[in-house]
Design a protein around this ligand. Structure first.
Ligand code: SF4
Ligand code: SF4
Length: 134
């Protein structure tokens, strides 16, 4: 079993939601997000390039979803990415995280499953949770 953060073997939320934010989070507005990796959305909003499409995938997501992924601009990612909580974090489920994972055939995460990062390990823990006596 790996002790890696589950997000490092997931990436589903980076290829499920439109990642939009106030335009000035980009570095041509004084923020950190590389402007060339964003798309205009409205006069006041931008989104990460590739996320405003029928089959979204952020252009900054590297790797293969469900196996090994990373964010090419992690230190400079926009606020929605910073604020999106992995399900189970702080003992709280995040339905949106689990919905994105389901889109890619990944099992939901509960607080009991943190740090069980492989599909096999997560599935075995899920089975244990589901079959635990009340
Ligand atoms: S969907 Fe959840 S587990 Fe997957 S990368 Fe996003 S926050 Fe992490
Ligand atoms: S900027 Fe990084 S964390 Fe945010 S959606 Fe893109 S790849 Fe994911």
């Amino acid at each position: 079993m790996s002790d890696l953060n589950p997000c490092m073997t997931c990436g589903a939320c980076c290829a499920y939601f439109r990642v939009s934010f106030y335009w000035a989070e980009a570095n041509d507005g004084g923020g950190l997000v590389p402007a060339q990796l964003t798309e205009p959305l409205t006069p006041f909003l931008r989104c990460m390039m590739g996320t405003n499409s029928k089959h979204p995938r952020c252009g900054s997501l590297e790797g293969e979803i469900g196996h090994r992924v990373s964010c090419a601009i992690y230190p400079n990612r926009p606020s929605p990415c910073r604020e999106f909580a992995m399900s189970g974090e702080n003992d709280e489920e995040n339905e949106a995280c689990n919905r994105a994972r389901a889109r890619y055939g990944l099992p939901p995460l509960y607080k009991d499953m943190l740090f069980h990062t492989s599909l096999e390990a997560a599935t075995s823990v899920l089975t244990a949770v589901q079959s635990a006596p009340n």
